[in-house]
Design a binder for this molecule. Structure first.
Ligand SMILES: [Zn+2]
Length: 475
């Protein structure tokens, strides 16, 4: 044998082996690269979000003032902690809860909280409950306080389950964000101005695409590690894209915002912050479905669980009957030829259906049900058809009436306990003379009177926020 040739073939063999090793290492590197890089990037994002979130939460908490039970301003002050509902059900507290259900085959999450709190919620849940793979993330609806941490929780192959309308709701909320931000900031003046908000990609709203969807009153059922899960489309409460999770073996209903932050309370079947109308009859139908489940526990996405089948059943029935009552009375009044303002004054919950109204409010529900069915034209005045509101002639009216007469009239109304009429008259006076000190003072007194009534009456959060914002912006 030619020794040179053998030596050569040995060298070729070494080269080939070396090449194979390099290719394998390269392939492994490429294989690991994507996964490792994705994980590293995600970890870096979580770390950054934890830092940004801490600063933002502290700022908001120190500037946020007072609210009623369950108001956003109170929620931001809650420490982030893990609470146990059952051996396999935990949640991290915050403005919005992040709920974790553990199984032997991975975890299922329900809602992912407000973005600025999501990294801390993630860390505490992973540290104290489970860091197993996230198999499903179920999103109750598209509001920012429920979906903020989704990107941080995603593992390879995590499914996102949401209502079929989730993407559409997310779209319009994204498109109208600058406008809605302004409205929200009027109610929550501790929010930074739109141009000063931290515009960081990690914190941006939107862009979530569910991989599994449920339609209205449809159920998506699956079993994981022996635990049965049923995701149910439940429209009507906080929007057209509500979904809830039912755990039939444990009789636990994970309800998102379906009932609002308290249980039971009159629901926000519309919101004065401004959003698409919410559908009252669909809400009642959703409630009927949930009542039929007969839950032992309701675990919401704000605040803490309600426990006890009897208490829950009675509460759900009362909410359903109250909404049905307000709906039917509105329809009856419309058919009897009453105006929307008359109906807002007249329709009250009977004693057996009494519910707190700090979130949703009966008279505003009447107005929204009216508009839900009839739109904006009330058939009350021709002027409604044209973009020339009464305010356009206020300055002329003020000149004819004279400041003194207007001030006397505004004052009289205040003395008679009619602060809203005082506001009407001061608006006319101020249209003619924007700096008129007496008119401004009376306007302020009328607002203070309304605020006192609100705080001693229904304690509706949104009414209180609005009145305070008007007092704060008084010149
Ligand atoms: Zn919410």
């Amino acid at each position: 044998m030619n020794p040179t040739k053998r030596k050569q073939s040995g060298a070729i063999g070494t080269v080939i082996l070396f090449c194979i090793a390099v290719v394998c290492a390269g392939a492994l590197w490429i294989y690991f690269d994507e996964d490792v890089a994705r994980k590293l990037k995600q970890e870096a994002e979580i770390q950054s979000m934890a830092v940004i979130g801490d600063v933002a939460t502290k700022r908001l908490a120190s500037a946020s003032g007072e609210g009623t039970h369950g108001a956003a301003v109170d929620l931001i002050k809650r420490p982030i902690e893990v609470r146990e509902v059952a051996e396999n059900i935990h949640y991290a507290t915050g403005v919005g809860n992040t709920i974790m259900i553990t199984t032997s085959e991975g975890v299922v999450l329900f809602d992912t909280g407000l973005v600025i709190q999501s990294a801390n919620q993630l860390q505490i849940l992973k540290d104290t409950v489970s860091d197993a793979d996230v198999r499903y993330i179920i999103l109750s609806h598209s509001h920012a306080d429920h979906i903020g941490g989704t990107r941080f929780w995603m593992d390879e192959g995590t499914d996102i389950i949401a209502h079929q309308n989730f993407e559409e709701e997310q779209r319009y909320l994204s498109e109208l964000q600058p406008y809605q931000y302004g409205r929200n900031r009027t109610l929550f003046p501790w929010m930074p101005a739109w141009e000063d908000r931290p515009d960081i990609a990690l914190m941006r709203y939107g862009g979530i695409v569910p991989t599994i969807t449920v339609d209205d009153w449809e159920t998506y059922a699956f079993t994981l590690g022996g635990i049965e899960f049923q995701v149910i489309g439940a429209p009507g409460a906080e929007g057209a894209d509500n979904a809830v999770l039912w755990l039939p073996q444990q009789k636990v209903l994970i309800s998102g915002d379906f009932f609002g932050p308290q249980f039971p309370q009159f629901p926000n079947i519309f919101t004065m912050r401004g959003e698409k109308v919410r559908k009252p009859v669909e809400y009642i139908k959703s409630l009927d479905r949930l009542i039929a489940l007969n839950p032992d526990v309701i675990l919401p996405s704000h605040l803490d669980p309600t426990i006890g089948a009897e208490k829950i059943r009675k509460g759900m029935q009362r909410i359903r009957d109250a909404v049905q009552y307000v709906h039917d009375e509105t329809i009856a009044g419309m058919n009897a030829g009453k105006t929307v303002n008359q109906l807002m004054k007249e329709i009250k919950l009977p004693a057996n259906l009494e519910l707190v109204q700090n979130h949703g409010r009966v008279d505003w529900a009447v107005k929204s049900i009216w508009e839900y069915y009839m739109g904006w034209f009330r058939f009350e005045s021709t002027t409604e058809l044209y973009p020339i509101p009464a305010q356009d002639v206020y300055a002329d009216l003020a000149q004819i009436a004279g400041n003194e007469n207007l001030i006397a009239l505004a004052n009289n109304y205040l003395i008679q306990g009619e602060p809203v009429k005082t506001l009407h008259i001061t608006e006319i006076a101020l249209a003619g003379d924007p700096q008129n000190a007496s008119a401004l003072a009376l306007r302020g007194q009328a607002l203070v009177e309304l605020l006192e009534r609100a705080e001693n009456g229904l304690r509706n959060d949104y009414e209180i926020y609005w009145l305070k914002s008007q007092l704060d912006t008084a010149p």
